[in-house]
Design a protein around this ligand. Structure first.
Ligand code: ACM
Ligand code: ZN
Length: 768
């Protein structure tokens, strides 16, 4: 059936533009995510205050979006051929071509979704003031060009936790708008948590009355002891009407919402409302602090009846093929102590509680499959066997993703190391409180969702990737935006852009220009582009310190004497030679204008700087910092971010570090620190042995066992082993130093990550 052109909105009132105003010629500013092919052409297209648009039924949603978008900007739209939509069945589903010629803008796609992405690209070529009703609309001359574009991955997602903190419907829509602008197509809505249940389920009113509210909330960081609370009730939920409204809103933007209903863990709020669904039957409260809790669903018939009834209502609200059933961080202590659980295991021939979890998830999967739906679960669902059709969301590194892909299960990549936007994004100590970790923009940008261990056939099972926003430390929408932007821009390029077209420096230039659009959209983005990154480098000439800014076209000036840099200070042109301890202070200037904050770094030119170092294990690839040399480069890691380039992370391994000072010398002090942050599964070692050897590799004195971690601070320094104790031989004969670091071992029950291997993170080894 031929579809006829139509225009659904006609504007009766127009804003007439002052014709004497000169047209403004726009340069091509780049698009995020970077398209596959961009060809700039001669000439310009004149975009006036009245635009003619034509599209057929096939492009109803994308056409309507363009109309509304132009309407918001104050443009009058009429039926015409300034912007035309053309069906081209040779193009793949989400692909498009966009041509801006001197007389027409032409959008080609085989689907409405492809055309929608063409509209998003066109939008980014238009001036940022089109994002809000413009006060000074004029005629713009757009650069002529041709774009051909297609996504790299089918699943391009962002997650949002509304359990820990909840956000208004208007904000959820704003978040979906941002996803759509960046050509992302999946919103993973994390709707249930220990601290709150957020989706109305009509059959179970206590989910609304009890599970949706907590009596108070932890203040400050979880690691701050003793815990303090705000004493204020907190909660709420989305009504079914609101959910339907959001689902419809997302659909008009080609965003599928995958709801997450957590089980069997992270369900304390439900058990507070319905204690009979737990193993103990005891009353608990909706959680008021963060972490992992032992109260989990008991896999009895009443629980399955409850969950099936809940899921029936959830499926009525969410048409997505996929339903996320959680599956992460489910402590097994209560199942071990529960007679019903143990009897069930015997009857079903399940050998341990992991197999019981598999039984749980597989039963839910069968139920959802019978309704034509599929499950996604966090990667723990692989333990005890994988439910037959499950898609795995891989968050604890990549090894589970590799195992799942090899078992021919679809995987979505969202490892903590590259995709957890609740981590700090800058080393600046003034950053707002976050859960921990360190995930700067560049690390997100450089993420490759396909683990290198996979063969091309296995890699087919990598469906895509997603950024996660866990909101323990994000009570406001402004804070969510701050953590999401600009890292979401990098993630959009990770999932959309052909890796051959990715270029971090080019991306940074586009991000800087994108700021104006984010401001027009009233998005509270973080700006770390005007910060300075420093790095110790060393070669045969000795050590030097390199300074870099994240943005182009700026000057860096610096001092070495601790004074604040000003216009008279030295201009940085090449790495600064370092032969003594020094404090480097640096500042970016654009012309005469200082930008950003003063950068400061103390360099401790201790006896280990420039020595030789070896470690018998390779640091985890996500936390390999500046390599082993980074432990003796004179620069200590951040006090509260373990993921920077000065900290090295090892997962579950004992390590042996050997340092060769090059010649025998006096050593009075060896000092280092280990990070300790239980929420991130990072534990100071069980033991650290420190030994000294002379020129002939003969040990000097005895190996010293250093004190294990004992307090509750977020990080801790080993004691200063100055005036090296217990030396039987003169200490001026030290040539080799050895540290044997024994990993903490398995994380105990009741802690986050129970049953997992603990991480060891070590900082600079200072030798004096
Ligand atoms: C998770 O971060 N617990 C999936
Ligand atoms: Zn039980």
């Amino acid at each position: 059936m031929p579809s006829k052109p139509f225009l659904s909105i006609l504007f009766l009132f127009t804003f007439l533009v002052n014709c004497s105003q000169p047209a403004e010629r726009l340069e091509y500013q780049g698009i995020i995510p970077q398209p596959d092919q961009v060809t700039l052409e001669e000439g310009h297209f004149s975009l006036a205050s009245k635009v003619g648009v034509a599209y057929t039924e096939d492009f109803k949603t994308s056409g309507q979006f363009l109309l509304s978008y132009l309407q918001v900007a104050g443009i009058e739209v009429e039926l015409g051929d300034d912007v035309v939509f053309v069906k081209n069945d040779a193009l793949a589903e989400e692909s498009y071509a966009l041509e801006i010629g001197p007389n027409h803008i032409r959008i080609e796609a085989s689907s409405d979704q492809g055309a929608f992405y063409a509209v998003q690209s066109l939008r980014q070529i238009l001036p940022p003031n089109y994002e809000a009703r413009s006060k000074e609309l004029k005629t713009y001359e757009l650069p002529c060009l041709r774009i051909e574009d297609a996504p790299q991955f089918e699943y391009r997602g962002m997650h949002l936790d509304v359990g820990r903190h909840m956000f208004p419907v208007a904000f959820i829509k704003k978040y979906i708008d941002a996803l759509a602008m960046l050509k992302m197509n999946t919103f993973h809505w994390h709707l249930t948590e220990d601290q709150g249940w957020r989706v109305e389920i009509k059959q179970y009113p206590k989910l609304q009355e009890v599970a949706a509210f907590r009596k108070e909330t932890l203040v400050g960081h979880y690691s701050d002891q003793p815990h303090q609370f705000d004493g204020m009730g907190y909660g709420g939920y989305y009504s079914q009407e609101e959910i339907k409204e959001v689902v419809a809103y997302a659909k008009e933007r080609f965003v599928t919402i995958i709801p997450e209903i957590e089980m069997p863990g992270h369900s304390q709020a439900v058990i507070a409302a319905y204690p009979e669904l737990g193993c103990t039957g005891e009353e608990v409260e909706v959680a008021t602090k963060w972490g992992v809790f032992e109260d989990i669903y008991c896999p009895k018939e009443a629980t399955f009846t409850f969950l099936e009834n809940v899921l029936d209502e959830v499926m009525d609200l969410f048409p997505s093929t996929y339903i996320h059933i959680g599956g992460d961080e489910a402590p097994k202590a209560q199942w071990k102590a529960c007679k019903e659980c143990q009897d069930l295991m015997k009857n079903e021939g399940l050998k341990d509680e992991h197999e019981l979890q598999n039984y749980f998830i597989t039963r839910i999967e069968k139920f959802l499959n019978s309704k034509g739906r599929q499950i996604i679960g966090w990667d723990e669902i692989l333990e005890g066997g994988l439910a037959p059709n499950a898609t795995v969301m891989s968050w604890r590194g990549t090894s589970v993703a590799i195992a799942a892909a090899r078992q021919q299960h679809q995987v979505v990549m969202t490892p903590t190391s590259h995709c957890y936007f609740d981590y700090y994004q800058s080393e600046n100590e003034e950053e707002p409180l976050a859960i921990g970790g360190f995930l700067p923009l560049e690390k997100v940008y450089n993420f490759n969702p396909i683990p290198e261990e996979l063969t091309p056939e296995e890699a087919q099972y990598v469906w895509g990737a997603q950024g996660n926003i866990w909101t323990e430390y994000m009570p406001t929408t402004q804070q969510v935006e701050y953590m999401a932007f600009p890292r979401i821009l990098a993630m959009s390029e990770v999932v959309w852009t052909n890796p051959e077209r990715k270029d971090y420096n080019d991306f940074l230039g586009r991000v800087e220009k994108f700021h104006a659009r984010l401001e027009a959209l009233d998005i509270n983005y973080a700006n770390h582009l005007y910060e300075i990154n420093g790095e110790m480098i060393s070669d045969d000439e000795g050590a030097a310190y390199k300074l870099e800014t994240l943005s182009k076209g700026k000057t860096i000036i610096f001092t070495l004497d601790g004074s604040d840099p000003d216009k008279e200070s030295t201009v940085y042109t090449s790495p600064i030679p370092i032969a003594n301890s020094a404090t480097i202070k640096a500042q970016i200037f654009k012309g005469n204008k200082p930008l950003g904050k003063v950068f400061e770094q103390y360099i401790n030119f201790h006896k280990g700087v420039g020595a030789k170092i070896s470690i018998n294990k390779t640091a985890h690839q996500a936390y390999s910092g500046s390599g082993p040399e980074g432990l003796i480069n004179g620069v200590s890691g951040s006090d509260n971010r373990y993921g920077d380039k000065e900290w090295l992370g090892f997962w579950g391994e004992d390590i042996e570090i050997n340092i060769d000072l090059g010649e025998a010398q006096e050593v009075e002090c060896v000092d280092t620190r280990f990070f300790h942050s239980e929420g991130q599964w990072i534990y100071a070692p069980n033991s650290v042995g420190l030994s000294f050897f002379d020129e002939n590799e003969v040990q000097l004195g005895k190996t010293m066992e250093l004190e294990p971690y004992k307090n509750n601070e977020r990080w801790f320094a080993l004691n200063h082993y100055c005036s090296v104790p217990n030396f039987e031989a003169p200490s001026n004969r030290v040539r080799y130093i050895q540290l044997k670091v024994s990993n903490y071992g398995t994380i105990p029950e009741g802690k986050q990550g129970a049953g997992q291997k603990a991480w060891t993170f070590i900082d600079e080894i200072i030798i004096e």
